[in-house]
Structure formats: C-alpha cells, structure tokens
Design a protein around this ligand. Sequence first.
Ligand SMILES: Nc1ncnc2c1ncn2[C@@H]1O[C@H](COP(=O)(O)OP(=O)(O)OP(=O)(O)O)[C@@H](O)[C@H]1O
Ligand SMILES: [Mg+2]
Length: 305
Amino acid sequence: MFASLEELEHGLRETGYIADSVLHTTVYLAGKLHKPLLLEGPAGSGKTQLAYAVAGAANTAVERLQCYEGINEEKAIGKFDEALQSLCVELKAKTGDVDWASLRTELHSRDFFSAGPLMRALLWAKPCVLLIDEIDKVDQEFEAILLELLSEWRLSIPKLGTVEARSIPFVVLTSNEERRIGDPLRRRSFYLRVEHPSAEREAEIVALRTRGSSREFHSGMAGLAKALRGWSMEKPPSVSEILDLAQALKILGHEQVTPELRDVLLPLLAKTEADRKKLLLRDGFASLVYDAQQYTREALQGSAT
Ligand SMILES: Nc1ncnc2c1ncn2[C@@H]1O[C@H](COP(=O)(O)OP(=O)(O)OP(=O)(O)O)[C@@H](O)[C@H]1O
Ligand SMILES: [Mg+2]
C-alpha cells in the first residue's frame, strides 16, 4: 500500500492525521504483512479516523462495516436479492421455454447477490481499507466469521460458493472495550492502543484543524486538555472534544480559556453530571485554568526547543 515508511508518514500528515513513530511503523508493517490493525482506546481518540487517514494517504476507498448488537452475516457479507430473483423468474416464465436447472444456477450467481462491506472489500482491484468499526459490539460467533476472511482472504457463501480476494484489503478493527475481543482475532492482528496524545502532538492537531490561530492558542488548548485529563474526571475530554472547544472559542472570539468562561464552556468540557459538579466546585475551574496555563508554558517551551 505504501512504498516506504516516509511516504506513509507524509500521506497521513497530508490528510490531517497526526501520529507518533510507533503508529506509523505499525501501520506500515501491517500493510506489508497483511495484518489487521486492532485499535483500542478511549472514545474520540482517533481510531475510526485513522482508517480514513490511511485510505486518504493510499488514495483508496474505505469499505465500512459498522458493528452493532445483533449484526448478522447478511448485513456484513451480503445476501441474494430476492426481488431481483423473482423478477427474473417471472420474465423467464413469460418467454415459455425455461431450463430450470440453468435458471437455478443463474439465480445463485454473483449477478443476483447484493454484496455487503466484507465482500465488497475483497472485490476491489486495488486494495481498499476495510474498517470494521466497534467490533466490541458483536458477539463471539460473529467474530468467528471474520477469522476466515482475515486469515484466508476469502469468504464461503452458501449457494454462491467461495469468493477469493482480488486484492487484500488493509483491515482496521476498532474497539471501545465494551467486550473483550477474543484471542483468535487478537493473535491475527497487530494491536495498537490509541491513547490521548501528548501535549505537543495535541497542539499540532489543533493547529491543523483550526487554521489561522496562533501557536499560543494551540498550546493553550493542549495545556487545558492535559489539565482536564489530570483531574480524574469520569469522562475526560478526547481530542475531538478539544477540537470542538477550540472552534467554539474561535466563534466566541476568545483566544484562551479564562475562569469567567466556566459556565458557557461546561457543556463542552463536562459530559456527565459528576464531572459538571466537579468543575463547578468553588475554585475548581479557576485552579484547572491555572494548571492549564502551567502545561501550556511547558508545551510552548517544548515546541521552542
Ligand atoms: N491523531 C489525530 N490527528 C488528527 N485528528 C484527530 C486525531 N485523533 C483524533 N482526531 C480528531 O478527533 C475526531 C474523532 O476521532 P474518531 O472519530 O476517529 O474517534 P474514535 O476513537 O473512533 O472515537 P469513538 O470510539 O467514539 O468512535 C476525528 O474526526 C479527528 O478530527
Ligand atoms: Mg470511532
């Protein structure tokens, strides 16, 4: 998928995805060795986005299977289009002379099969990115379906037969750890923990996403993020929430977070009642802003050296 590690790094950055060298190398090796990437980590930490960034960098498409409780093979792999099959039977019957054996074969051919994301991912001439998002929502039986696909790169479909891959997709599995993913799937994958980024990296992400703002503003957002995450909140803010905050401040015309902004910013920063109460405590928000300023200075010094 990528000719070199440098090409991959450059491509991801071009799409606006900022990552460290471990992530770059793991993605590169996963592509070379045809290993799925299993991404686990908190909500909003960039798991799903990584799949789109890899596709963008490789100039290819994403086939996405959004997992949910009760998902079945038909939704994931596909099914015969019964309406089309009946129509075909009706039309053939009208013409009179029907060879039922060959009609039966025809009705169970690829032409009458409506492919789901897993099958479509195998049919691309150029490797695509197959995103199996939130795999922790499915049960173990469904995981077993994926094993054949991820190790043999083919699917066995009743009545249709075996579908071999035209190209091997780059597979990204994401999980929020609601359920433990089974060991067989783990064994076949490269496992990456996607955590909240360092202050320097978060400042870079903010810089990329809120163009036209100053270095102090980017570092200020990263400093605030670090301070909030050090506050043992029930739901610490993720990168995506810090980006929302940065945009909100821009809209409101503020260059930094001050204690006076507490009430208007609470809905963006505290997403549970316990966290809201915590930030509402007397001096709570003011001391948070103080911590944030300390971290901001550190981040600015770090980026200056
Ligand atoms: N490393 C990063 N570089 C650039 N943007 C990022 C990065 N990490 C997160 N983001 C931003 O955060 C947003 C949310 O990320 P994403 O939807 O991928 O999170 P997620 O981990 O899949 O969350 P969830 O578990 O809730 O689905 C992205 O749209 C992107 O704007
Ligand atoms: Mg996601």
